[in-house]
Design a protein around this ligand. Structure first.
Ligand code: AMP
Length: 125
């Protein structure tokens, strides 16, 4: 069920629970501002989710309210995670769903890193 990204942040969402350590995740990266873990239902051989530790609903929310330090850390961490996973040479895709038409399901900003096979066209026609 797509979520309404115009609602305030709900700290009962699944990624907030992962951040608090209430549910497990296969963590692949962590720093002061960023956590990354494997997607529970991978759509490609490598499928990593990168999230800010701060309470942001979506890319829209983060780009408006995130601090320079948080935004910088998030962008740099995403690149570093991909580099350290050896994804630059074969290639990878970043994707962030925002709101209803995108199908965003979890109301905490996350960027998907997809890799490990040819990923096909960007969108179904
Ligand atoms: P989106 O549709 O962009 O909101 O993507 C949400 C993603 O979160 C999906 O790819 C789910 O498989 C993933 N997901 C949901 N719950 C968990 C969880 N507990 N651990 C890891 N990934 C999850």
């Amino acid at each position: 069920m797509p979520i309404d990204v115009t609602q305030p942040y709900d700290d009962g969402n699944v990624f907030a629970k992962i951040l608090r350590g209430e549910i497990p995740a296969k963590r692949v990266y962590e720093d002061d501002h960023v956590l990354a873990f494997n997607d529970i239902n991978p759509l490609s051989p490598t499928h990593i989710l990168v999230i800010p530790k701060g309470a942001y609903v979506s890319w829209d929310d983060f780009s408006e309210r995130g601090s320079e330090a948080e935004i910088s850390a998030f962008v740099r961490a995403t690149g570093k995670i991909a580099r350290e996973a050896g994804l630059v040479e074969p290639g990878y895709r970043l994707l962030a769903n925002v709101g209803g038409d995108s199908g965003q399901e979890v109301p905490h900003l996350h960027v998907h890193i997809f890799a490990g096979r040819p990923l096909g066209p960007m969108l179904a026609r």
